[in-house]
Design a protein around this ligand. Sequence first.
Ligand code: GGG
Length: 354
Amino acid sequence: MSESIRLAVIGGDGIGPEVVAEGLKVLDAALAGTDVTVEKTDFALGAAHWLETGEVLDDATLERLRGFDAIVFGAVGAAPGDTRVPSGLIERDLLLKLRFSLDHYVNLRPSLLPAGVASPLAAPGEIDFVVVREGTEGPYAGNGGRLRAGTDAEIATEVSVNTAFGVRRVVRYAFEQAAARPRRKLTWIHKTNVLVHAGRLWQRVVEEVAADYPQVAVDYLHVDAATIFLVTDPSRFDVIVTDNLFGDIITDLAGAVAGGIGLAASGNINPDRTAPSMFEPVHGSAPDIAGQGIADPTAAILSVAIMLETLGQAEAGARVRAAVAADLATRGPARSGTVATGDAIAAQLAARAQ
Ligand code: GGG
């Protein structure tokens, strides 16, 4: 039966549109010759859109986005020196607003050291874990404010919001992931020795949910200790579950140990399918290299693989992964072109289709 995927595309800022273009090129190559078609609609959102219109993400656009099967997202963030765009405006009012409004409570961030990518920390295959980052709560929930701003009496608060409901659903998702993987291991990461209120809630919920998964081995690490182990012994991890802030930080580190942030892909998943999920590279907009055609599009391409798998196109997702793996195995350090990398991975797919 033929199928059509209605895809919203938000390239965003900096290198976002460049890497997304390669992700879509590879998506087309992966689905060529199948009866799955993709109908893409571009949304020009990001810092440039805000400068032009004064709007980041209006309600009508958000409602339109709800009607798609999935969203491909690039990156957001204005250049640090660009004083025209208030710091954090686009991150909060576009990226986080999308995650919260579309209930992306799972931020899935796999780390896999592929063959052909040198790492002083591990051999290929030794790093193979997935971080399940909570996506709608924690200190990113937007609960806070400033009083007496700009004075010596200024007060700023940034409250970490943790609900039993929100923690339970992401922890259960992580246990499901762990139960389906060969090693069946789950590490939950927090800072329970200092953040005692949220820490106790997380601990209670993890213990409750763990009772339903006796086959999964559970351990706990403080986030600071986890950063050490991510570097010294990354092979110890299988599934990690953690809150929004810790997950944001440790997945950049995880990207660095597993071949570089240019390979780190993610899915902002709404497992209940009440709204479209959204797929994006872990990296930001990298304004320092934007427009030079040198950004690595691999993370955006692997995010497309996660999208295909989430949409029930597991075979096509596996084809993308195999094509990326084949390209990485032979790429060499000399190639750094964004378009050349997208072309090479698309060519791998075309060669395999013959
Ligand atoms: N493609 C990811 C991106 O644009 N990241 C910018 C950023 O600051 N993200 C914060 C977050 O992922 O919570």
